[in-house]
Design a protein around this ligand. Structure first.
Ligand SMILES: *[C@@H]1O[C@H](CO)[C@@H](O)[C@H](O)[C@H]1NC(C)=O
Ligand SMILES: *[C@@H]1O[C@H](CO)[C@@H](O)[C@H](O)[C@H]1NC(C)=O
Length: 546
């Protein structure tokens, strides 16, 4: 580590003393290289309420670039690559101190899924080989490590999607050759059932699938919106009943793995009567096969499609992105905008299948007039395609890491070397020039203020130049990010009173908000709460809704 920072400092000194200062860049955000290497590929990432990020890769590609602590090694006779492996395949990154530590995983977590439970414990499910039916938990604490429960699932879950339910359980939908779903935990010791879901058979393309890592969201009516391939259903999971079938997405091209587009539930707004889904990018049908067997890399889809899922006669509305992208991540920002980041301009997901990295993030403003919703932001220098991920952290930055299109780690003689670095993207709202409009939350203080459903909560904040009507309070469920999809990503704009001036020597204000009215609107657990003023967010505070 020290050698890197000296090197970095040296480069910095050289560049600052020998080159003229770069022109002042207004707008577009900023990129920061936080770690040259975290030792592993960030295939999966989740922010925990300790401001630490749990990151994991897979166990069966060979050795990683970080050793397990205390001379520990993993012995696994069922492992495919290395049966005795003294390297780590998971790390925990501490955001405030910009440090990380190695964690120990026994069985294979490759292409798996997870949710954070109501108590803040991450519950991960499935993977590959000896890990395909395992459930693993991670309790957030500075010295905690993974805890593994083998053989907990009814079916093998590889490329499945998880979603938290209002009762605190999670549902696990699909996975490779699994046309069914199950719950975790089970209601009783004997209930190990998987329930059949024919929709996943209907959306399974021959040789290409295109229905893996389906986009699953909890609708405000308690049903699940499930999108796979090029279409969606509204699904009552308690009765195993399709409530509504949505029209196919216009154009008919697939949006799910390996034609990986992405999707978000747009911020839910008072009075919580409507919900909208936005699906962006993907690859034309056949792109996977062409890349794999024909060495042809087809241009990615340049469309987003938006649908009101609460509408009894829903219609997709199509919008054009500035250019096509596949394998991009969609990240909800504290101000309700959607960041589209990472990905490729052609090809598809899968080994060696991506080309033409897209380095510019886009921001999509769902409330702007049609035709002026996209803004192109400052590019990164590092391609992040297959097996990369992106998540928002409490201070409003977006962490991006990973990218590895190869079967093992490969740093030389390849077009896109395995990427072990971790970067932070600061969206334009973090620019120093906005200091006088940026709110700072004064209270509640401390982490994890507990609130109940439908409760009044007074939020105090300071801001230099207030425009009272332009204050909003948002809460965000930090998602589990993998393979271009963020599971459980959910934002609510809270109902609030008008802003009152608290007087005093500094300019302090108070707004009284109502917490979400039910666990259907916001399943129990940890959320980040932000005060947003003129579209500029404060740092978040953690609240626990129970
Ligand atoms: C990872 O380790 C390999 C083998 O020791 C080395 O060649 C490579 O440069 C390392 N990569 C990074 C990014 O640290
Ligand atoms: C990396 O990929 C190149 C090109 O396919 C191959 O020649 C080389 O053996 C690979 N290296 C490793 C360490 O797998």
């Amino acid at each position: 580590m020290p050698s890197y920072s000296y090197l970095f400092l040296a480069i910095l000194l050289i560049t600052t003393t020998t080159l003229p200062p770069p022109p002042a860049e207004a707008g577009g955000g900023e990129w920061q290289l936080m770690q040259k290497s975290i030792g592993i590929v960030a295939m999966h990432m989740q922010l925990l309420h300790t401001d630490r990020v749990l990151i994991f890769d897979r166990t069966d590609f060979g050795l990683s670039n970080i050793s397990l602590p205390h001379g520990r090694c993993r012995h696994d006779p069922r492992e495919i690559a290395v049966k005795t492996d003294c390297t780590a395949h998971s790390v925990e990154y501490d955001v405030p101190s910009n440090t990380f530590r190695a964690l120990f995983i026994q069985s294979n977590v490759w292409c798996s899924s997870a949710s954070v439970a109501a108590d803040g414990i991450l519950v991960q499910t499935g993977g590959y080989n000896d890990g395909e039916k395992a459930v693993r938990t991670f309790t957030p604490c500075p010295t905690c490590d993974w805890n593994e429960l083998p053989d907990q699932l009814a079916a093998r879950r590889w490329y499945a999607t998880n979603h938290k339910l209002p009762d605190g359980r999670q549902i696990i939908v699909g996975g490779r050759r699994q046309f069914n779903y199950e719950f975790h935990p089970k209601t009783n010791a004997n209930a190990k059932n998987a329930y059949s879901l024919p929709f996943l058979v209907q959306t399974n393309d021959l040789n290409e699938e295109n229905n893996l890592y389906p986009f699953v969201f909890l609708n405000i009516d308690g049903n699940l919106f499930i999108f796979a391939n090029n279409r969606a259903i509204l699904f009552d999971y308690s009765k195993n009943n399709v409530v509504r079938t949505f029209p196919n997405i216009p154009g008919g091209d697939p949006r799910c793995y390996p034609s990986s587009g992405s999707a978000v539930l747009l911020p839910l707004k008072p009075k919580f009567l409507e919900a909208e889904i936005l699906v962006c990018g993907g690859a034309p049908r056949g792109a996977f096969k062409e890349a794999k067997s024909g060495n042809k890399f087809i241009k990615a889809l340049n469309t987003c499609a938006r649908v009101k899922i609460t509408d009894p006669n829903p219609e997709w509305v199509v919008e054009k992105m500035p250019r096509g992208r596949v394998m991009s991540d969609m990240v909800l920002l504290p101000n309700g905008n959607v960041l589209i980041i990472n990905g490729a301009g052609s090809g598809s997901a899968g080994w060696e299948n991506g080309r033409d990295p897209v380095l510019n993030p886009y921001v999509y403003n769902p409330d702007a007039p049609t035709g002026s919703r996209f803004e192109i932001l400052k590019p990164s220098k590092i391609p992040r395609m297959y097996h990369s991920s992106a998540i928002l952290v409490r201070d409003g930055r977006v962490l991006v890491a990973g990218s590895n299109p190869h079967v093992g780690y490969n740093f030389s003689n390849v077009m896109f070397p395995t990427e072990l670095s971790l970067e932070a993207f600061s969206p334009p709202y973090l620019e120093p020039g906005l200091r006088n409009v940026r709110p700072v939350i004064v209270s509640p203080t401390g982490s994890g203020t507990k609130v109940r459903y439908g409760e009044k909560l007074k939020v105090r904040f300071g801001v230099e130049a207030l425009v009272k009507d332009l204050v909003r309070v948002t809460v965000l469920a930090p998602p589990f990010s993998t393979h271009s999809f963020s599971m459980n990503q959910r934002m609510l704009v809270l109902e609030g009173s008008s802003v009152t001036n608290m007087g005093g020597p500094t300019t302090t204000y108070e707004v009284e908000v109502t917490t979400p009215g039910s666990p259907v609107l916001a399943p129990p657990g940890f959320y980040l709460l932000f005060v947003v003023h003129k579209d500029v967010p404060s740092e978040g505070i953690w609240i626990q809704i129970l």
